[in-house]
Design a protein. Structure first.
Lengths: 317, 200
């Protein structure tokens, strides 16, 4: 997969736990254009082990001089966000993928409701620049824990004017999702990015109110769940890879020198889908791509987030 | 019919069934679509408000407005024509909220005329329940002169715009609500197969 070599031009501490990084191309050339909601995958070499984390691009889509990402330091991090916070300084060189968009604004929509929880605000920053440019009807609902976690509040007020609504959890302010969804005109699309319970709640309420699935968009960048160690056999190359409990199957295969395809690394896009030849246990599907039926069949696995509880899994790679 | 061959753009129609999750229901039907409406109302009626727009059509095999009037207690609007149904729908759409479910029944031309109105309000055709009733007549778009002819019943159709003999394909345009018609004797001028009635 082609990569962009970038260097960090600036690091800004936005809140106690969020840092904002400005990236420019190492060779000084402009970066590729992207659409609102896009993300890049940042590669980090942490003690010889390559970590790849996806981060939303949050700058204006009109700007190709630099990319902007923000990283929340995760308490139970597998290392990526801590590395970004502690090791990455102005001048640090990083490798990123070309931008990919799995969270674009639907051009078929007539109105767009954006719901962000905490650091989930980042993809909306670039979406808003698109929405403003296109003159689309939108509203942003941004919920965060407490006043000191109000990342980008002033910038959002400036960008969105009275289209933005804030909900500060510590002050007892709650976003009433069913209420919000119950009075939207035909052709409304809703988008959410934030913690898993919030994303799940939105999908559930939208479904109960009769919203079609294709009007409900979400993005979650969760770390691949950990589990038990197991062995993967790559049927085509004959390679055998041990997947440790704290590593994803995709990472373990990459570490072993295989080059499996990938794109979002979050179980959403389906690019890394592998055919399962055999499995002497059960597959723990953690993706949002396969249907329940396909998951039950067990003929495919998304190695970026899914793993197996077995002694040996054989895949067609 | 070639086995195992399918043009994906060709729409699939189903029987109307109430959707379980909704804030309201709007049923739109014309002509023989009346039988689909009657079948729909034989199912357990949902709790949410229902609106029904219906018009009889001269070419339909039967008149349904009287029976429907007896069976559907409220929310029924019987219109003079398919056109009047579309106009009534246009008036109601601005007040419809997300969660409104739409059900359409009638000829294919009527179904896609309704979907065209819904599209303006951001309702995508895949989210609408559709039942094809009465006739398989096709609207055919001439890819040469861009004329659309309605009510085509035969495999080969002479275009009313340019006079070419068109082979009626299964390739369907959702934007135009019509099947593509391509000149059948382009390679061998004059070699025109016999037209067969396959869309009665």
């Amino acid at each position: 997969m082609s990569v962009l070599n970038v260097k960090v031009a600036e690091v800004e501490q936005v809140t106690e736990v969020v840092k904002h990084f400005t990236l420019v191309q190492e060779n000084g050339e402009p970066l590729p254009h992207f659409s609102g909601g896009s993300h890049v995958v940042v590669s980090m070499d942490i003690n010889g082990r390559i970590h790849r984390n996806p981060y939303s691009l949050m700058g204006s889509t009109a700007n190709s001089d630099s990319y902007h990402i923000s990283v929340r330091k995760q308490e139970n991090s597998r290392g990526g966000s801590v590395y970004m916070h502690e090791q990455v300084k102005p001048g640090t060189r990083l490798q990123i993928t070309y931008p990919v968009n799995l969270f674009a604004i639907s051009k078929l929509g007539r109105r767009h409701i954006l719901i962000a929880g905490g650091i989930g605000i980042t993809p909306f920053m670039s979406q808003i620049s698109d929405l403003n440019r296109l003159g689309y009807d939108y509203e942003l609902h941004y919920a965060y824990r407490s006043p000191e976690h109000a990342a980008f509040r002033e910038q959002l007020q400036e960008m969105c004017g009275d289209r933005v609504h804030f909900y500060v959890d510590s002050e007892g302010e709650r976003l009433d999702i069913p209420e919000l969804l119950s009075h939207q005109p035909l052709g409304t699309h809703v988008y959410t990015c934030g913690p898993e319970p919030m994303v799940k709640a939105l999908h559930l309420h939208a479904k109960n109110l009769g919203w079609p699935d294709n009007h409900v968009h979400s993005e979650e960048f969760t770390a691949p769940p950990s589990g038990d160690e197991f062995t993967v056999e790559l049927a085509l190359s004959g390679m055998e890879v041990t997947v440790p409990g704290d590593m994803s199957m995709l990472e373990a295969m990459e570490e072993a020198g295989a080059e499996p395809p990938f794109l979002c690394r979050g179980g959403a896009c389906g690019r890394c889908e592998l055919e399962v030849v055999s499995c002497d246990g059960v597959i723990m599907h953690n993706d949002h791509y396969l249907s329940d039926h396909e998951k039950a069949e067990g003929r495919s696995i998304m190695p970026c987030v899914s793993r197996a509880k077995c002694s040996k899994l054989v895949v067609n790679l | 019919m070639e086995r195992g061959y399918w043009i994906r753009s060709k729409p699939l129609y189903d029987s109307l069934v109430w959707k379980q999750h909704a804030t309201g229901h709007v049923v739109i039907a014309e002509g023989d679509g009346g039988i689909a409406v009657l079948k729909l109302f034989q199912q357990m009626c949902p709790r949410e408000p229902i609106k029904l727009l219906f018009a009889d059509d001269a070419s339909a095999s039967k008149k349904y407005a009287d029976i429907i009037t007896k069976l559907v207690p409220e929310g029924l609007q019987v219109c003079e024509s398919g056109e009047a149904v579309l106009a009534a729908l246009r008036e109601q759409l601005p007040d419809c909220l997300m969660g409104t479910q739409f059900y359409v029944a009638g000829s294919e031309a009527f179904i896609w005329a309704v979907l065209d109105e819904l599209k303006v309000f951001g309702v995508q055709d895949r989210n609408v329940e559709k039942e094809l009733s009465g006739t398989l007549a096709r609207s055919v778009y001439c890819v040469h002169c861009k004329t659309t002819d309605k009510n085509v019943h035969h495999s080969i159709h002479q275009c009313s715009g340019c006079g070419r003999h068109l082979f009626v394909r299964d390739h369907f345009s959702r934007r135009l609500g019509a099947y593509m018609g391509v000149m059948v004797d382009a390679e061998e001028p004059g070699n025109i197969p016999a037209a067969e009635e396959i869309y009665p």
